[in-house]
Ligand binder design. Structure first.
Ligand SMILES: [Zn+2]
Length: 245
């Protein structure tokens, strides 16, 4: 199948919907063991590490200087974005509970950092080919499930219904398709942008893993356990990529 902007849009939408799956356990239980939250968070980190490496690997095949410049640009951009929007999960989820129209916009703004990295990663990956695109889509979708879980974990005990929590988890990821399509079009229409874009997404995603995902996971699990889970998830990602060819 030929890759077009619609395919990229739908793929990114699927990853956003996957975020809502994180609320699923709360349709059956009221509590979720914190230990597992940390382990799932570590798995998410390992998958995103693997996804970053896949993007870098793809970029190596075309242009090393542009790829390297992209990685540097990715870190700079995401760091600057983060400085502007102070990223506090607690505050975001507080705002989610109030759920007025203005609040929605605020939440989307706060989630921009996350969606920036993931949306661009998905878009440029499809620029690198369908199998790379599918691989990155799968990694991001799976990684979004613990993210939705983290949202539901706070909202549900405070009285939000699981369905509503799932909805807000999806809404928090909606900027992803909006970032993915322009990123895809840019690297497809201007081919020299591809290695740069692959580097940019990898740099931003690496930053996110190290500055956000892993420290978050450490709140609920030990460093030793996190090391094991992250490394095994990375291994699974490598195997998965080899199987895809
Ligand atoms: Zn995510």
């Amino acid at each position: 199948m030929e890759i077009n902007a619609w395919l990229v849009f739908w793929a990114a939408l699927v990853t956003a919907i996957a975020c809502g799956l994180g609320a699923l356990p709360f349709f059956f239980v009221r509590e979720f063991p914190r230990r597992w939250v940390g382990i799932l968070g570590g798995m998410a980190g390992g998958l995103m590490l693997g996804a970053s490496f896949s993007l870098i690997y793809e970029g190596l095949a075309s242009d090393l200087p542009l790829l390297t410049a992209g990685v540097v640009a990715g870190v700079v951009v995401i760091h600057l974005l983060n400085q502007r929007i102070k990223h506090d999960r607690g505050e975001t989820i507080q705002a989610l509970r109030q759920s007025a129209g203005v609040k929605t916009l605020m939440i989307l703004a706060v989630m921009t950092i996350h969606s920036f990295a993931e949306g661009i990663g998905l878009g440029v990956a499809y620029g690198g080919g369908e199998s790379l695109g599918n691989l990155i889509t799968a990694a991001i979708a799976i990684q979004n499930i613990p993210e939705g879980l983290a949202i539901a974990l706070i909202m549900v005990p405070l009285g939000t219904s699981p369905l509503r929590a799932a909805w807000w988890a999806i809404v928090s990821s909606l900027p992803q398709p909006l970032m993915a399509v322009p990123a895809f079009l840019l690297v497809t229409l201007f081919e020299p942008f591809l290695p740069f874009g692959l580097g940019l997404a990898a740099g931003a995603m690496l930053w996110m893993v190290i500055a956000e995902l892993l420290p978050d996971a450490l709140k609920d699990t030990s460093r030793e356990m996190l090391g094991v889970v992250v490394t095994l998830s990375l291994a699974a990602m490598i195997a998965f990529q080899a199987l895809l060819g």
